[in-house]
Design a binder for this molecule. Structure first.
Ligand SMILES: Cc1ncc(COP(=O)(O)O)c(C=O)c1O
Length: 446
């Protein structure tokens, strides 16, 4: 019998998952199209590998096991799986058509909506995935300023200009690598030190998990303006989540350009570039940014329905409320157990669990893997984050906290015995190059 969302006797059977995986090993390099969903991020041998369907905050894997999901498609499911209002809008549009031979009115309707809710959206363009619009933003910033260099901080997608700063930069020409640099979040001096007269733009996630300190975003705004450098907010995670108008609304700081995706269409593939009219007007002719599926209507219909729902139901406030309960209670359980090496951090709408190797004397990836393994046994699909959605009910949260009360003592015991690895029933999860803060991979040499 498949596992349910309860204190199951045993770990889920993942036979069908493993059958698919066996074929993928031979056929699909890296097996996954999204690193964060891939086998390296889930304890091999225990975690399910393929999901079949979802409803609200719950998902079912291909073997029929049910879970509360805290990954939520790595961000997009802001309302929840198979959310009626959005699905109805998609189905209605499906009857009329998906992709057309001329422009579709939804391109205009959604642009008007975004213009209303996103602070810097004097102009709006669409594409499909996050990397499309971060790369378009960088290109248009280079064209507008006549400069070449890019400073970044955070993750911005798979394209050359960004991956150049990471340790997975094979295949990127040296000439491109020579133009991208990083700086430290919350360290305005590191921005100033990296900037020069050839710096076209500074692109960053306005926050990842750390709060901006000492007016960092305001100072960044000033430093960029002073240097004639464009400020780009990558709001893939913050957009339509921390507030409907994203971090610009929440922190009251306007970027010259901003990029969005994930939460805006509840799972449909669409990304958005917004910005100052004088900059965005370069996209009329001088800067080329077009693609076949840019105005695909199902995703636009989903975006329209999602944005209305986010506003009508005050979704950002709901996410903050549920997220705060999870964060506060996780920390309180850990504190009561004297586990100073694990914490839940971040803005309430999306939080992360951290595991400190030095304080615990254990391997952080093994600790995270053990928690994941035990959460999965109890019907919770957990990747170390609380990506809450509008469908995460009070009951989901209550059950999750009961599970933490049982799982954290298991971690504590394993750490106390200095034997976390011994408790693992599979291969631990692997690192990605992405870190939560200050991953200054390639600072500019002075
Ligand atoms: C902050 C940020 N920027 C850009 C991207 C790239 O988006 P995509 O994977 O849709 O290309 C991501 C993806 O996770 C992201 O988190």
């Amino acid at each position: 019998m498949p596992n349910k969302i309860e204190f199951n006797k045993d770990y889920p059977i993942i036979k069908k998952s493993d059958e698919y995986y066996k074929i993928a090993l031979d056929l699909i390099p890296a097996q996954t199209q999204t690193l964060a969903k891939g086998p390296g991020q889930n304890i091999k041998g225990v975690a399910p590998k393929y999901l079949q369907h979802g409803k609200g905050s719950h998902v079912w894997d291909v073997d029929g096991n049910e879970y509360i999901d805290y990954t939520m498609g790595v961000g997009p499911l802001s309302l929840g799986y198979a959310y009626d209002k959005v699905d109805e809008a998609i189905k209605k549009q499906l009857e009329d058509g998906i992709t057309f031979s001329l422009m579709h009115p939804l391109e205009v309707e959604v642009a008007e909506l975004i213009h209303k809710v996103v602070p810097n959206a004097e102009s709006v363009r669409y594409s499909k995935v996050g990397a499309d619009v971060t790369s378009a933003a960088v290109r248009v910033a280079r064209a507008f300023t006549g400069r070449n260099k890019v400073l970044c901080c955070g993750y911005h997608g798979w394209h050359d200009w960004y991956i150049a700063v990471t340790d997975r930069n094979k295949g990127i020409p040296q000439a491109v690598q020579d133009l991208s640099f990083t700086f430290n979040y919350n360290d305005i001096q590191s921005v100033i030190d990296s900037m020069d007269e050839d710096t076209a733009c500074v692109i960053l996630e306005p926050y990842v998990f750390d709060e901006p300190k000492d007016n960092f975003l305001q100072k960044l705004r000033e430093v960029c303006t002073k240097n004639g450098t464009l400020l780009i907010f990558d709001e893939m995670w913050s957009g339509f989540r921390i507030a409907v108008g994203g971090a610009q609304e929440y922190f009251g700081v306007k970027a010259d350009l901003a990029t969005f995706s994930k939460a805006v269409a509840n799972g449909m593939p669409i990304s958005i570039l917004t910005g100052r009219k004088d900059i965005m007007s370069l996209l009329d002719k001088d800067v080329f940014f077009f693609s076949t599926f840019g105005g695909e209507a199902l995703s636009l219909a989903a975006a329209k329905a999602t944005i209305h729902e986010l506003i009508d139901k005050k979704v950002p406030q709901y996410l903050a409320k549920q997220g705060r309960k999870l964060k506060d209670e996780y920390n309180s359980i850990a504190q009561k157990l004297g586990m100073n090496y694990t914490k839940c951090l971040g803005f309430d709408c999306r939080t992360i669990m951290t595991f400190d190797g030095e304080k615990s004397g254990s391997n952080p990836l093994e600790m995270k893997s053990l928690v994941q393994q035990e959460m999965i046994k109890r019907g919770i699909l957990w990747g170390g984050f609380h990506n809450v959605s509008f469908s995460h009910s009070d009951e989901d949260v209550k059950y999750t906290l009961k599970v933490y009360e049982e799982v954290l003592p298991i971690l504590k015991k394993a750490v106390d015995e200095k034997n976390v690895k011994g408790y693992l029933r599979g291969e631990p999860i692997e690192t990605v190059f992405r870190k939560t803060s200050n991953f200054n991979v390639k600072p500019k040499k002075k």
